[in-house]
Design a protein around this ligand. Sequence first.
Ligand SMILES: [Cu+2]
Length: 128
Amino acid sequence: MNPSIYKFALVAAMAALALNASADQGKGGMSDMGGMKMDNMGSQNAKPVAKSFGENEAEVKAVDKAKKSITLNHGPIKSKTVEMPPMTMAFSVENASLLSNVKAGDKVKFIIENVDNAPTVTSLTVQK
Ligand SMILES: [Cu+2]
C-alpha cells in the first residue's frame, strides 16, 4: 500500500476511535488515548461484560502430568486474551503443580490466557 495513504487511514481510524471514546464515556476524551490497544478485540467500551473476566467452568476429561496437559470439556471461555465457545479440548498448563490435585471427572474453575500464542491454563481450582 502507498505509505502516505496508509498513514492517512491510520490517522482516520484513530480519529474515529477518539470520537467514539468521548461519545461513549463523556468524560475521559483524549486523555484516555494513551492506553489504547489497536488490536484489543475485547474492548471494555465496545462490549461491557457483566461476568468477571477469566472465570470459566469445565469438567476434566483427562490429565497428563508428564505433558503438562489437561483435557477439559469447557463452557464458553472469556478471559483478557482468549475467547472460545464451549468444547472439549486439551490445554497446556502454565505450571505442572496446577495438576497435582485434579483428576478426570472433577469439576473445575479455571483461567485461560494466551501464553506464547497458545491458550494456557494459568489458574485451576477444583470445585468440591
Ligand atoms: Cu476450547
